[in-house]
Design a binder for this molecule. Structure first.
Ligand code: SF4
Length: 256
């Protein structure tokens, strides 16, 4: 199955409307707006390349991106941000090709995008049966999806769904098949499809607690979430170079 990518406007809305969005790691710190809220000593400029004549030296870029990624892995909206980072514009291009997003550097996201396009081109157009959303909309499956939106450990998912572990695992496996997910699909992929199909709202998807044990394999990224160090951020900021999701949203919404 071809990887599922959200459209840019929906993905951005899922990110910026998330209840924890204001605690994102790359937002300006309350006490020092030049610094990111989620990382001590990490500049808000770290998510984007500076506009320099001659470009940025490779070592400098790698250090800057590594600092940004470190903050991303502790960010409470990393899953939503990663989905936005992979989302596509109406004409099939990456919505945001330049910033570090969701723990992935621009180069990593570009490589994943190239791979995605390659798989699309290679895909033999088969008459696959459409996903039967009705079959996925049972109370038990919806309960499991809501549990999965909050947790990554199957035991916690089962507890949240009010089911025993065996039934939960069976439902997860069954839903993966019904969603046409590949065997290697992880939590993020299943949640992305569930949101796309309207089974759960994007705002229900949370950073899992406790730390995830399931692979986040959304875009072949080997990503582990860490504890959030993000602090609340002010409503306004002078840091113009912080990752500007709001301006992205306006731009994307104006384009459709
Ligand atoms: S770029 Fe995305 S994942 Fe990284 S800190 Fe900002 S909001 Fe969080």
């Amino acid at each position: 199955m071809i990887e599922v990518r959200l459209d840019a406007v929906s993905a951005l809305r899922g990110l910026t409307d998330h209840p924890h969005y204001r605690y994102r790691g790359c937002a300006p710190d309350v006490d020092d707006p030049r610094m990111a809220a989620g990382g001590s000593g990490v500049s808000v400029d770290s998510w984007q390349a500076p506009d320099l004549d001659g470009g940025e030296a490779r070592e400098v870029r790698e250090a800057r991106e590594a600092a940004a990624v470190d903050v991303c892995v502790g960010c409470p909206v990393m899953v939503q941000c990663m989905a936005f980072g992979a989302s596509l514009t109406a004409d099939g291009k990456l919505a945001e090709p330049f910033s570090v997003l969701g723990g992935m550097t621009p180069l990593e996201r570009h490589k994943a995008f190239v791979e995605y396009k390659k798989k699309q081109a290679e895909a033999v157009p088969v008459e696959s049966e459409p996903i039967q959303v009705k079959e996925l909309r049972t109370p038990q499956k919806l309960a499991v999806l809501r549990g999965l939106a909050r947790f990554s450990d199957p035991v916690d998912v089962a507890d949240a769904a009010g089911l025993d572990l065996r039934t939960t695992k069976w439902q997860l496996s069954r839903m993966a098949g019904q969603m046409r997910l590949e065997k290697s699909a992880g939590r993020a992929e299943m949640l992305a499809v569930a949101v796309e199909l309207g089974l759960i709202a994007a705002s229900e998807v949370q950073k899992p607690h406790p730390l995830p044990v399931m692979q986040l394999a959304l875009f072949d990224a080997d990503v582990q979430l860490g504890p959030s160090g993000a602090a609340p951020v002010p409503a306004s900021s002078s840091a113009a170079s912080a990752v500007s999701f709001v301006s992205s949203r306006k731009r994307l919404e104006a384009a459709v």
